[in-house]
Ligand binder design. Structure first.
Ligand SMILES: [Zn+2]
Ligand SMILES: [Zn+2]
Ligand SMILES: [Zn+2]
Length: 154
């Protein structure tokens, strides 16, 4: 779904953004948190926590499972990754802290997910919440289907 020319650039940019955000907010971006973020960004698809653990095992064995879960919590809290509940997975945020709500178009064929923002959708969700006396804090909308690339190859 994503035709990035060089994915190492995407990873580098994600890490640079995380560096900046953590510096601005006075957060500690430890080696371990950095490593976990790098592994989430290994692709443009959602990644499960145990996949991250698997990948760590083959590289550096020093990070234990609770450390990975805590690192993922830290990254999610600070908007650097999103939790995709329906898949029990994580995905790197493509524009951290620029939005409160995000919509994911998840291709069930290639497994990639695209993050989209749409303020009109946000308005509708806010209005619906408001009409029900509900105060919405976070919205994550997961839309599954088939991306253009996969549809083209069929
Ligand atoms: Zn990329
Ligand atoms: Zn995001
Ligand atoms: Zn696809």
């Amino acid at each position: 779904m994503h035709n990035c020319d060089q994915h190492s650039d995407c990873v580098e940019e994600a890490l640079r953004r995380a560096d900046n955000i953590c510096a601005e907010r006075g957060l500690r971006f430890t080696q371990q948190r950095r490593k976990v973020l790098e592994l989430v960004w290994e692709s443009h698809g959602p990644v499960k926590a145990y996949d991250i653990l698997d990948r760590l095992d083959s590289r550096i064995a020093a990070i234990k499972p609770p450390t990975v879960y805590r690192a993922l919590d830290f990254l999610a809290e600070n908007g650097l990754v999103h939790r995709l509940d329906s898949l029990k997975a994580f995905i790197g945020c493509s524009h951290p802290l620029k939005h409160r709500e995000c919509y994911f178009l998840i291709c069930t064929d290639c497994g990639e997910a695209k993050e989209c923002c749409n303020s009109e959708l946000a308005d509708v969700i806010n209005e619906t919440s408001h009409n029900n006396g509900f105060r919405a804090e976070h919205t994550t909308l997961e839309i599954t289907g088939e991306c253009r690339d996969c549809r083209d190859t069929h």
